[in-house]
Design a binder for this molecule. Structure first.
Ligand code: SF4
Length: 273
């Protein structure tokens, strides 16, 4: 079956060329619905013809299943240099917009470092250190704001899509864990700690977190990281941040995830006790 598909695809492209279609007008697609089949079919096509390849896993499914199977199959192929254009096909949830397919495709390319489209929001999973669920809403809200700002930013600033923004669930470890991000915010004690390249630059009330982050992102695009850091008293921000960190450490202790107890449990299990 797969061999028939591959042969038919190549024969059809060759036939189109023979009847006059220019080589640069031909893009070959041979979509299937199984992950392993897709990898096999496109790997074979890439060896047997030189046409540009359009990748797509058809009938990928709904929700996380569709996203995972599309990302894993096309991610594998792209990583091996196979594929020139992609399409993500997802069954939309009721009332869900079709733009999700485009967003997933863009995120696949961006997270693989192939092409950037919009500042990427990285966010931590949250753990025993998280004091409220607000950072979960915050991550989605900030991504939405950044996407909305993109058409305007793209006209004004160079490489704006390469910015990395972190949204972290606690102020104790957040800025350190996300120190590689250009800009980030960590939530805790009903306040947001803004940081640039891991350095605390401001502490703002929860209600101002989104606005403050967008303001900082805009300023960084306009003036650069160094100028953004120089415009504030970082010592004051660090003092405020330390206050919150110390308070949370005092309230919740060093081992909020009960790692020590878990290690003892695991050791007991491994030893068969
Ligand atoms: S940043 Fe804080 S809340 Fe997020 S995973 Fe790390 S320790 Fe947990």
């Amino acid at each position: 079956m797969k061999e028939t598909l591959i042969r038919s695809t190549i024969d059809s492209a060759n036939a189109a060329k023979e009847i006059g279609l220019a080589n640069n007008k031909i893009i070959v697609s041979c979509k299937v619905s199984d992950v392993q089949d897709l990898i096999e079919v496109y790997t074979s096509l890439s060896k047997r013809c030189s046409y540009p390849l359009h990748l797509g896993l058809t009938e990928a499914g709904i929700g996380s299943k569709g996203i995972v199977s599309s990302a894993v199959s096309m991610g594998y192929l792209l990583q091996h240099g196979i594929g020139d254009t992609i399409r993500i096909s997802l069954t939309p949830e009721p009332e869900e917009s079709r733009t999700k397919e485009v967003i997933v495709a863009q995120e696949l390319l961006q997270t693989m470092g192939i092409r950037s489209f919009s500042p990427l929001v990285i966010s931590c999973p949250g753990c025993g250190r998280t004091t409220s669920t607000y950072f979960q809403e915050l991550a989605g809200e900030i991504q939405g704001h950044l996407r909305k700002a993109m058409p305007d930013w793209k006209k004004k600033y160079n490489n704006v899509e390469d910015m990395t923004v972190a949204v972290m669930g606690c102020v104790v470890n957040g800025p350190g864990e996300a120190r590689e991000a250009d800009l980030g915010i960590a939530a805790g004690n009903k306040r947001g700690h803004l940081f640039v390249k891991g350095r605390n630059v401001a502490v703002v009330p929860e209600s101002e977190m989104v606005e403050a982050l967008i303001d900082w992102a805009t300023y960084i695009h306009e003036h650069g990281v160094d100028a953004a850091v120089a415009r504030v008293d970082t010592a004051l921000a660090e003092r405020e941040a330390t206050k919150d960190r110390n308070m949370l450490l005092k309230e919740h202790g060093d081992d909020v995830n009960h790692a020590d107890e878990k290690i003892v449990e695991i050791r007991k299990k491994v030893a068969g006790n």
